[in-house]
Design a protein around this ligand. Structure first.
Ligand code: FE2
Length: 292
């Protein structure tokens, strides 16, 4: 899947964009299903907000127990001061997480794609487990900023091993909140960990005081729909608010090494009925297309 130069570029920069990875038809099917889930679940589900800026403060059971579920989270700006929604519920969703890849057939097929397993192997993963998936809406007008962070903060293992597979399902531009990355920044230390606090909440544990890169050190990564972006777990990245009239829906899948230690105080946990699966296992689909 990857050329020698691409593997070298990923090793040097901590990210790699692969245009045209997903066909437009596959993007359309993923978008359609994400919209359906949002339309079905958002009106009735809890008004749980997702904000990378204030997640430690805002975490609730809906979020903390979503590791093996498919659940919607709202934009902070979706709510008026009196708590009412300012947009139609399906237009106010920040993201759907965090087990789309194991519970939704179209997302399972896109996630347990043999090409992803091959790419993971080429960038040095030995036995990747698919641990987390999200459909990230970045809604027009209200889609919030995702503060500069390293994915290993949220999916910590010892040794560190997380890799993100981020796919633009719609064009991502400077205007609608494309990714911004700090090339080479994966060589820096992990700054902090997001972990369970043992009393029903979560907290950030500070690990290293080195500041994350500021805006002048970040590079915009505008990509067309269908582009796959590989993100090293230590790479600092950021995306701005979407003040444009165009949505920027993306799908992201995160993998960690099967033989790395996955701590019990990581925020994302699963029940025994749905253990993490190996990326190379292929989609858990029966002939009927249903999940097995
Ligand atoms: Fe991220």
């Amino acid at each position: 899947m990857l050329s020698r130069d691409q593997v070298a570029a990923y090793a040097a920069d901590g990210y790699l964009a692969l245009p045209g990875f997903l066909d437009p038809g596959v993007c359309a099917a993923l978008i359609e299903r994400a919209e359906q889930i949002a339309a079905e679940q958002a009106p009735a589900g809890p008004r749980s907000v997702f904000s990378t800026q204030a997640q430690a403060r805002r975490s609730d059971a809906w979020f903390l127990e979503s590791g093996d579920q498919v659940r919607c989270f709202f934009e902070e700006e979706a709510f008026a001061a009196d708590g009412s929604l300012q947009a139609a519920p399906a237009r106010a969703i920040n993201k759907i997480g965090h087990a789309l890849h194991d519970r939704e057939p179209v997302f399972a097929a896109a996630s347990y794609d043999p090409r992803l397993a091959e790419i993971a192997g080429q960038i040095g993963m030995r036995e990747p487990l698919a641990v987390q998936s999200m459909a990230i809406f970045k809604q027009p007008g209200i889609g919030g900023e995702v503060g500069c962070h390293q994915d290993a903060t949220f999916l910590f293992t010892e040794p560190l091993s997380v890799v993100g597979f981020w796919v633009a399902l719609e064009d991502a531009t400077r205007d609608n909140g494309c990714l911004w990355v700090a090339p080479g920044g994966q060589r820096g230390p992990l700054r902090r960990r997001f972990c369970r606090d043992g009393v029903g909440g979560v907290r950030f544990a500070e690990l290293d005081p080195t500041p994350l890169p500021g805006p002048s050190q970040l590079q915009a990564l505008p990509v067309r729909a269908g582009t796959l972006v590989l993100l090293h777990g230590l790479l600092p990245h950021w995306s701005g608010a979407n003040r444009s009239p165009r949505r920027r829906l993306a799908y992201s899948l995160h993998c960690v090494e099967a033989d790395a230690d996955y701590p019990a105080d990581n925020w994302l946990q699963r029940g025994a009925s749905l253990p993490f699966r190996r990326l190379a296992a292929g989609p858990p689909l029966a002939r009927s297309g249903a999940l097995v």
